[in-house]
Design a protein around this ligand. Structure first.
Ligand code: B1M
Length: 221
């Protein structure tokens, strides 16, 4: 692997955003994702390779999170570092020289204001090469339906953190499936389970962001 790319993977994995950032303490004063991406582009490393490095960094931190070796703040810093990379790559997405794998519409269901987990999922998915349309929190079914109408090939992700809003999630999944039977809908959030997802008629359940990425990538032809 190119030295700059390995450096970038480490910056994303450890949440080193830029040189000025004091986090993580062990990398104080060293270049972060921002500077390393700039140098990689100057060294004519392709944006797809840089995107792959993001993916690798997020996969590594995601696996550590799964093993309880790191915690939510570490994930948030990794996502922040990844955003610093994405700021450099955005022009390539916009110009069409990097083709997004597809569009992923995500939101926290109506009645639910929790968005930390949903935001993490959105960031991981974006970092793995998808265009993300984030509808925010307390998203009514009609807004999901309207967004799917405008993005007919999209995949949809619903998040819920309350046992009470799981009922709203089930209603939203059902209405989406009535209107768009071929649209893939995945669900997640602390009170969810694979069985609850099946009962709702969702296509998949992911316990964490890397699981969501795996489901989406598996559905990508
Ligand atoms: Co609330 N809250 N909260 N809360 N809150 C919980 C969820 C609760 C478990 C706390 C408790 O009682 N122990 C409890 C729910 C109980 C239940 O229903 N069984 C609860 C409650 C009751 C409430 C209120 C009703 C409190 C009140 O007002 N009386 C109220 C409801 C407001 C509303 O939504 N209408 C409320 C409010 C809030 C705050 C606004 C103060 C704040 C939210 C701030 C925000 O999100 N911007 C808040 C918080 C922070 C929490 C806790 C402490 C933390 C949630 C969190 O962010 N976790 C939470 C207790 C806890 O979990 N320890 C709690 C970290 C986050 C990374 O994890 O969201 O699970 P999580 O996401 C994970 C996975 O679930 C998964 O990936 C993420 C990363 O691994 N995932 C997906 C999530 N979405 C996914 C989608 C996917 C795939 C994976 O595909 C689409």
């Amino acid at each position: 692997m190119h030295e700059l790319i390995e450096q970038l993977v480490v910056c994303v994995e450890r949440g080193k955003v830029n040189k000025a950032s004091p986090f993580p303490p062990g990398m104080k004063g060293t270049d972060g994702a921002d500077e390393v991406t700039q140098r990689a582009l100057e060294a004519a490393i392709g944006p797809e390779v840089i995107l792959q490095a993001c993916n690798e960094g997020m996969t590594r931190i995601g696996e550590k999170f799964g093993r309880n070796e790191v915690f939510v703040p570490d994930l948030l810093m990794a996502a922040k570092a990844m955003n610093a990379v994405m700021a450099h790559l955005k022009p390539f997405f916009q110009s069409g020289s990097i083709k997004a794998k597809g569009t992923f519409v995500i939101g926290t269901v109506a009645g639910d204001l929790h968005d930390i987990g949903k935001n993490l999922v959105a960031m991981f998915v974006e970092g793995s090469g998808w265009k993300v349309v984030d509808l925010g929190v307390d998203v009514k079914t009609a807004k999901f339906i309207d967004t799917i109408e405008r993005n007919p090939d999209c995949l949809v992700g619903l998040s819920a953190l309350l046992t009470t809003t799981m009922a709203m999630m089930a209603k939203t999944v059902k209405e989406i499936k009535v209107r768009f039977p071929d649209t893939t809908v995945i669900v997640g959030g602390a009170p969810l389970s694979i069985n609850a997802a099946k009962e709702m008629g969702a296509n998949g359940y992911a316990p964490d962001p890397q699981g969501a990425v795996a489901l989406l990538n598996a559905s990508h032809k």
